[in-house]
Design a protein around this ligand. Structure first.
Ligand code: B12
Ligand code: SF4
Length: 558
């Protein structure tokens, strides 16, 4: 198939493949209550559309919001697909179909960048950040060769990143819209792939640039939840405090607060009252933090010392004082983890009141320091449970027959290495944590405690569109939770008591209660999957079920 040069008008179809309905983060059931189909749009592809020649035509086919469209497929001269590890099988299916139909297909994004060999069937593999890699691809294409592997030459300066093509979205399909202020994180956690993909020197956009993106969203008629998808929003704390937040507060006040914000940040956020005050004033309502484990020895071992500086519970509660809800990521299966880790984990989540605690199993992600160490120690496994001697072998088996894990997210796929304690015991304790934390009584009681402790966030009037969404959400969540005798009573108790704390707190905690609709389905699926996984772990030979605790002594952070 001949592809015209990129300077000619081309029709480009951007395909976002489906996430599993059983991923913790794919809270479709909660989105549906407000009439949306999926949590967030694919910001990577929207940015790619802005980086490609603007005389092209673009369409977005987000398979999380609508079925595969033969019409869009036939329309396209070329297909761009991108995404993360759990989307691998879907991306490969798109590539296969493109090859079958003689359509040119380019692939990029986090998983293709981490494991390019898996995507060898694509015509063009454009690896790394698009700002830097797409020009390399276009240059080669203009010289007559659009096919091949094209890598970023350096980490791009994100102040030159164009405004993502938000005009390609149907906002009604999404619960929130993503914007990005910075890339990279200054910390050095052993299991983290972000610092491998984006580096340890945070690169920030200018405040004006971010406000330009918000202006664009406003212009297109969007209002409501905006997720700042940074790896660590406070990676460059100085710029966030001095430049971004003051400008954002002024902008929000000038425009009648069209948005409220959620983001992800490291735990040292809690140590800075001035920063928290600014975030509150700017309209931040929720922050995700990687808390990982209550055990300070394990935090040190995994090079996450920043989480050991002050008591975790105290830090989480500090955010509540500023009206900011905390969601947290927790991990089980670190080297050196001791029996009884489940009790400590439940204790931490309960005491800190983190409603949405994403407890998962440690995954050695491609390209990380953890994976490299496990290879050195002869402990990395492929997805069939076989020890491999190179990272490439593990990657190439991700789709193998007999895969013992489901590559959905960390709640379902993990421990792809020989552990330092019996892996069956880890699975059992993991299940006990999830069962305890997401027992309806425990969950709704935690929501209430947190709601009662939550300071009020900055008041704002929702737009008519949002109001309609919120009311629809309230009605549908109420119907669904009232129909279930396990949640009915506690749900209404929470609504009444939280309403007395004011509309802002009620709105925040309604989201947490709506999320339970997803958790309920997701955990049901999880327990069944864990049953299957435990059976396969039990059948593993003893030497693979655990290594001597010696490995803990080899651990890097000591
Ligand atoms: C926001 C985010 C989420 C959000 C929203 C996801 C969504 N719908 O977009 C949520 C919270 C839902 C999420 C969930 C998960 N996430 Co996530 N997430 C991110 C995060 C922080 C930002 C992604 C983003 O929007 N970036 C901004 C855009 C502009 O950048 P980009 O997507 O990388 O795109 C650029 C390039 O990659 C490239 N590009 C991208 N696509 C394409 C396509 C083509 C053709 C080309 C040429 C170029 C190209 O150009 C773009 C511009 O430079 C990243 C970290 C990161 N910095 O990437 C992790 C990240 C993508 N997530 C990751 C993971 C593992 C997950 C989970 C599995 C989490 C888990 N712990 O279990 C879940 C599963 C998701 C699900 N729904 O089932 C990993 C992926 C690892 C990998 N090797 O693939 C990352 C890298 C980090 C991490 N370790 O958490 N995530
Ligand atoms: S704080 Fe988060 S983003 Fe930064 S290195 Fe650690 S895990 Fe990665």
């Amino acid at each position: 198939m001949r592809l015209p040069p990129p300077d000619e008008p081309l029709r480009c179809l951007l395909v976002q493949v489906r996430f599993s309905a059983f991923s913790f983060w794919n809270f479709v059931a909660a989105c549906e209550t407000m009439g949306a189909s999926t949590p967030s749009p694919p910001l990577g592809l929207l940015t790619v559309a802005a980086l490609l020649p603007q005389h092209w035509q673009f369409r977005l086919l987000d398979l999380n919001t609508r079925p595969f469209s033969e019409e869009d497929w036939a329309w396209a001269d070329l297909v761009c697909v991108g995404g993360m590890l759990p989307q691998q099988a879907g991306m490969l299916a798109v590539i296969e179909r493109a090859r079958r139909d003689g359509k040119f297909v380019a692939v990029g994004g986090s998983d293709p960048t981490s494991q390019p060999d898996v995507y060898a069937a694509a015509d063009a593999r454009v690896l790394g950040e698009g700002e830097s890699a797409i020009p390399v691809w276009l240059e080669s294409w203009r010289a007559g060769e659009p096919r091949g592997v094209f890598r970023e030459r350096e980490k791009p300066d994100v102040t030159r990143t164009p405004v993502p093509r938000y005009d390609l979205l149907n906002f009604g399909c999404y619960a929130q819209i993503g914007v990005q202020y910075s890339r990279g994180c200054p910390f050095n956690c052993e299991f983290c792939d972000i610092i491998e993909l984006f580096g340890r020197v945070p690169r920030t956009k200018t405040a004006e640039q971010l406000l330009g993106e918000l202006d664009r969203l406003r212009e297109l008629g969007y209002s409501g939840a905006v997720d700042i998808v940074d790896d660590n929003f406070i990676g460059n704390k100085r710029d966030v405090k001095r430049l971004l937040l003051p400008a954002l507060i002024a902008w929000s006040e000038r425009h009648g607060r069209p948005f409220f914000f959620t983001t992800e940040a490291s735990m040292n956020l809690a140590d800075d009252d001035e920063l928290l005050g600014l975030m509150r004033a700017a309209g931040f309502r929720l922050v995700f933090m990687g808390i990982e484990t209550p055990d300070p020895d394990l935090l040190r071992m995994t090079q996450k010392r920043q989480n050991t500086m002050r008591p975790i519970v105290e830090r989480v509660r500090k955010l509540y004082d500023y009206g900011i809800v905390v969601t947290g990521g927790f991990i089980m299966g670190f080297d050196g983890e001791k029996r009884g880790a489940d009790r400590a984990m439940v204790g931490l989540v309960e005491e800190s009141g983190i409603c949405l605690a994403m407890v998962g199993l440690l995954v050695a992600l491609p390209t990380t320091q953890l994976t490299r160490r496990l290879v050195r120690e002869g402990r990395l496994m492929d997805f069939t449970g076989k020890v491999v001697s190179t990272e490439a072998e593990a990657a190439s088996s991700a789709r193998a027959e007999g895969s013992m894990v489901e590559v959905v997210d960390q709640t379902l796929a993990g421990l792809n290495f020989v552990t330092t304690r019996d892996r069956l015991e880890i699975f059992e304790e993991y299940e006990s944590v999830v069962r305890t934390l997401y027992d309806p009584q425990v969950y709704f009681d935690r929501v209430l405690r947190t709601g009662l402790a939550l300071g009020s966030s900055v008041p704002r009037w929702p737009s008519l569109w949002e109001l309609r969404r919120n009311l629809l959400g309230f009605w549908r969540v109420s119907l669904a939770l009232s129909a279930d005798p396990e949640t009915r009573w506690r749900y209404w108790r929470n609504v009444v008591r939280l309403a007395l704390r004011g509309p802002m707190v009620l709105e925040q905690m309604m989201r947490m209660m709506g999320f339970y609709l997803h958790i309920r389905d997701q955990t049901r699926y999880l327990y069944a999957a864990l049953g299957r996984q435990k059976a396969s772990q039990a059948a593993m030979p003893d030497e693979l079920r655990a290594v001597a605790p010696r490995a803990a002594a080899l651990a890097p952070g000591d």
